[in-house]
Design a protein around this ligand. Structure first.
Ligand SMILES: [Zn+2]
Length: 125
């Protein structure tokens, strides 16, 4: 039995939205100790809509696939919708992850939330 779904392999081999947004207005960086994944998420938000999103992930295949899928899920969405993104939704969109790799999808959720928090903080100033 294959350990990873076709979708996980696809997003791992051809990750979407990799890179840096120079004029991002929301940036989040998170990491986990379990497999040493580090994820950095860049958001470009205009009129409360996520116009662009890019990420840099240094980590395992599941972390790369999760961040790639997560960016696809929130691109073009309003901030309020992106806030609701859960790691379960990311894993489901990937047709599942092995149990011991679920924490990598949690990281994708945390990276996006941390970038959105950064955006909100900038709005207050
Ligand atoms: Zn990982």
């Amino acid at each position: 039995m294959a350990l990873y779904s076709e979708k996980v392999m696809d997003h791992f081999r051809n990750p979407r939205n990799v890179g840096v947004i120079e004029d991002a207005n929301g940036i989040g960086e998170v990491g986990n100790a379990k497999c040493g994944d580090i994820m950095k998420m860049y958001l470009k938000i205009e009129d409360d809509i996520i116009k662009d999103v890019k990420f840099e992930t240094f980590g395992c295949g599941s972390a790369i696939a999760s961040s790639s899928m997560a960016t696809e899920l929130i691109k073009g969405q309003p901030v309020s919708e992106a806030m609701k993104l859960t790691n379960a939704a990311v894993a489901e969109a990937l047709d599942g992850l092995p149990d011991y790799k679920m924490h990598c999808s949690v990281l994708a959720e945390e990276a996006i939330k941390s970038a959105l928090e950064d955006y909100n903080k900038r709005q207050e100033n």
